[in-house]
Design a protein around this ligand. Sequence first.
Ligand SMILES: Nc1ncnc2c1ncn2[C@@H]1O[C@H](COP(=O)(O)OP(=O)(O)OP(=O)(O)O)[C@@H](O)[C@H]1O
Ligand SMILES: [Mg+2]
Length: 263
Amino acid sequence: MGVRGLATVRAMAPATLLEVEDLTYSYGDRHAVRGANLQCHRGEILGLLGPNGAGKTTLLSCVAGLLGGFRGTMQFAGAPFRPAHDAAARLQLGLVPQELALYDDLSARENLAFFARMQGVPAERRPAAVRRGLELAGLVDRADDRVRTFSGGMKRRLNLAIGDLHGPELLLLDEPTVGVDPQSRNHLFESLQALRAAGRTLVYTSHYMEEVQRLCDRVAVMHDGRVVAVGTTAELAARAGTPEANLEQVFLTLTGRSLRDDA
Ligand SMILES: Nc1ncnc2c1ncn2[C@@H]1O[C@H](COP(=O)(O)OP(=O)(O)OP(=O)(O)O)[C@@H](O)[C@H]1O
Ligand SMILES: [Mg+2]
């Protein structure tokens, strides 16, 4: 296909990559997500903020197909999407989980190779995918050391590289920078900005407001299982009636100041 053909395909692709409508999920009688709506635009980094217990991890787990039995609908690239059933579409998604998901007794390289197989990377492409993963994680020099000998930040970076191994169009990142030092954080930011520049779409959950303000194109705020606001920081501030406010001030206005984790 020529350049014009590619441009046409891009122009025809729906601007919304992921649409979540009226998502509801309960753990027994605990209502974690209560009718959440979210639209993620193709090529953006969408920040997903919310107090502890707001339902961010639950929402991402439903989208990634880890939790079934939710109510509501999803569309991916303009087509209905049932994450637990649509295996091909699910391969277009990657999840970097909040809880580290690594094998301590395997090396970085072995972890990447194992997950590349699990995530459907064809055998002939696995060596290159593993190499890219080691570079993304900044672990080329420690590739053959066991994960149990890694620092917390190194494990976080490897966790991220695993989520991205199969080159998914949409990457869901659940607090990828918890406990990492400024050097690792900068490395991660540069990696994520490079992914966006390559046309990928990212959903980015974090409690670090400056980080989100710096990295994300738009922000969605969750509160008590619902998405209560979406927009750029400036739009959210204007809507809250405080156009000069920073993201943290807007966040506190939208979600209150009391502790929420036992809500
Ligand atoms: N496995 C589980 N079993 C029962 N309840 C759960 C489970 N996981 C989460 N919850 C509950 O669901 C609600 C939403 O939790 P969730 O982990 O989705 O929030 P979160 O926004 O990701 O919070 P955090 O910022 O602390 O990671 C909370 O009330 C939590 O206690
Ligand atoms: Mg969470």
